[in-house]
Design a protein around this ligand. Structure first.
Ligand code: ATP
Ligand code: MG
Length: 588
């Protein structure tokens, strides 16, 4: 647990009245049934994500309000209003129907963050089809594996990506009935064996009756990041929209006038749950940037687009920190009022950096592909303890547990005790299975508790602190050491941009700690710095927990969703096979 000071929230810090301010009262008051009733009633009592996210607002008078604002280098921004999005997704829904695609059929999308990705995603949901957006940077093999595992009938992609990654491998995806191509030059395509997206859209009707779906009907397939092993295909249902609605309100504090930016790609669950669904459910305008990370570009988007709520990831924040405060000083963030982050532990330094450079602390929150939505969060409603993930949101019951040999769990109620983070079943966006792996799904549960595989502890105030993934925890001389604590201590040093630690087998102490460190600009990876960092860590953590070895690297290996792949560092260090690297970012 980090002893750094608490960031107190006062009314004066808040530019708008937050969606909730009394955490305890909201916890008591909250019920998922009541939250579901806040969304529009649908025929037959069901729920369809696309109807709730798009069409509902057209009825409610937001027809002309921009829903999505697409930015791309060298091109003018393109805004699509809620009314246009309704019409475009109707067309796509109808186009699928013309192809004989309907409820339960699987539509995969492989595209950069272009409008067609969002139209196909929401249009498929309207059609009752199940969608799986993939990272466009995936190579042919990870694409084919996922398409086959997910039994995809349709693949939506671009002509360029098709030529590079699908054409030669199409025979290895025998279940694929249709490939729809978006022309990268904005025109039409005529590639044998494929259909042209623009032509299909133009010939499809602009009005349609969406497919009524129940809360339990499958809506999305999301593959996990593959940080700890082969990615798993998590099944999500239409009822998940209730979680997206609620967490958009509590954890992102979305208000109707917000200009919102989620930097995640829809190939990662964050980019779908919070880059598409949650902001649309709240009727806000989102910016979508097609380009990859670039410090200057990102600051200028925050400034020029007038972003008010920003949801990003620790790796991106650390890259901004590495780029230096001088760049940030050239910009002003007059509209920015709330910043949140997910995906990795957020070291306290990064929370404070937000306060110094953006004028706002960064609010860490925790969730997983499997949970479908944010579960534990720092919100505007309560003080931040930098280094903590925050507190369970209303409707979420969390606990620290220990697994027993008989498959049951014991709840650890003593504050400050480390154990596995578990969540009580019952939130609507919980995954309903791992594709093709029922056994593994069952093993995630002990009675009513979903076991997350993450180790954490809860303090006396109910804040949760991430310790590490169960797979990454290091056992050294009788201590259980969470990598996050060691990494955070290293990142306190001004030379360190990012750090990852692993355990190396040792005959005497079980495992010794080795740290991999990338440096900030202006620091040399030499022996003097190595000794300084070893000394800094020892002083900060004590000899038993401090790393024994430090290796300097230009860059740590990351997944495409921005997570450090410690297992890869370990495999490389021990000369073992690297395992599944399908989600590894290029150059890592
Ligand atoms: P795989 O399950 O395939 O190994 P993954 O767990 O990285 O991949 P995701 O579902 O994208 O796949 O990531 C969820 C995990 O990310 C969490 O279980 C946790 O380990 C980590 N995580 C997410 N948010 C936070 C956070 N705020 N603090 C610490 N860790 C986080
Ligand atoms: Mg996981």
């Amino acid at each position: 647990m980090n002893a750094s000071p608490v960031i107190r929230k006062t009314r004066a810090d808040l530019q708008v009245v937050p969606n909730f301010s009394d955490y305890d009262a909201e916890q008591r008051r909250f019920s998922w049934d009541a939250a579901a009733r806040e969304l529009a009633k649908e025929p037959g009592g069901g729920i369809n994500i696309a109807f709730q996210a798009v069409d509902r607002h057209c009825v409610a008078g937001l027809r002309d309000k921009p829903a999505l604002r697409f930015l791309a280098r060298g091109a003018a921004a393109r805004s699509i209003s809620y009314g246009e999005l309704a019409a475009l997704t109707n067309r796509f829904c109808n186009a699928l129907r013309c192809l004989g695609i309907g409820k339960g059929d699987r539509v995969f999308i492989l595209a950069a963050r272009i409008p067609e990705l969002y139209i196909a995603l929401l249009g498929s949901l309207k059609n009752g089809a199940v969608v799986s957006p993939l990272f466009s940077a995936f190579g042919p093999e990870p694409i084919a594996t996922r398409v086959n595992l997910g039994a995809a009938s349709v693949l939506v992609t671009t002509d360029t990506l098709f030529a590079r990654k699908i054409a030669q491998w199409r025979d290895s995806m025998p279940g694929l009935k249709h490939v729809l191509l978006v022309a990268d030059d904005g025109g039409t395509t005529a590639v044998p064996g494929t259909l042209d997206f623009a032509t299909l859209m133009a010939s499809a009707a602009q009005t349609c009756t969406y497919e009524a779906t129940s809360a339990e009907d499958m809506a999305l397939l999301h593959f996990t990041s593959g940080t700890t092993g082969t990615p798993k295909g998590a099944v999500h249902v239409h009822g998940a929209a209730v979680t997206h609605w609620v967490t958009g309100r509590y954890a992102l504090d979305l208000h109707p006038d917000d200009l919102y930016w989620c930097t995640a790609d829809p190939g990662w669950v964050t980019g779908t749950s919070y880059g598409v669904i949650a902001p649309l459910l709240h009727g806000v305008t989102s910016v979508v940037d097609r380009e990859e990370f670039d410090a200057e570009r990102w600051y200028s988007i925050l400034q020029d687009e007038g972003v008010s709520v920003w949801y990003t990831a620790p790796t991106a924040i650390r890259m901004l920190m590495r780029a230096g405060a001088d760049i940030a000083k050239r910009y002003t963030f007059a509209h920015l009022r709330f910043v949140a982050s997910v995906g990795e532990p957020l070291n306290p330094e990064a929370v404070w950096w937000g306060k110094d450079v953006l004028g706002l602390p960064i609010h860490d929150n925790w969730w997983q592909t499997e949970t479908g939505g944010i579960m534990i969060a720092n919100t505007p409603a309560f003080d931040i303890k930098p280094g903590s993930m925050g507190r369970p949101l209303p409707g979420v019951e969390a606990a620290i547990v220990r697994r027993r040999d008989d498959g049951t769990v014991q709840i650890v109620s003593e504050p400050g005790t480390q154990g596995e983070l578990a969540l009580k079943r019952g939130w609507p966006s919980m995954f309903r299975g791992y594709l093709g792996n029922e056994e593994r799904y069952r093993k995630c549960f002990a009675g009513d508790w979903y076991l997350t595989g993450d180790l954490a502890l809860r303090d006396a105030d109910g804040y949760y602190w991430f310790v590490g993934r169960a797979d990454d925890v290091i056992k050294s001389a009788g201590h259980l050491i969470g990598p996050f604590e060691v990494e955070s201590a290293l990142m306190e040093h001004p030379a360190v941009a990012e750090a990852a630690v692993i355990g190396k087998p040792d005959p005497v102490v079980g495992e010794t700690i080795k740290a991999f460190v990338s440096l900030n600009r202006g620091f040399e990876p030499d022996e003097t710095l190595r000794m300084t960092l070893l000394g800094h860590a020892r002083k900060r953590l004590g000899a038993a927990v401090a790393p024994k070895e430090i290796a300097f690297v230009a860059q740590l290996p990351h997944t495409r969703s921005g997570k450090i792949m410690r297992r890869l560092l370990k495999a490389r260090e021990l000369g073992q096979a690297e395992g599944d690297t399908s989600t590894l970012e290029a150059g890592s």
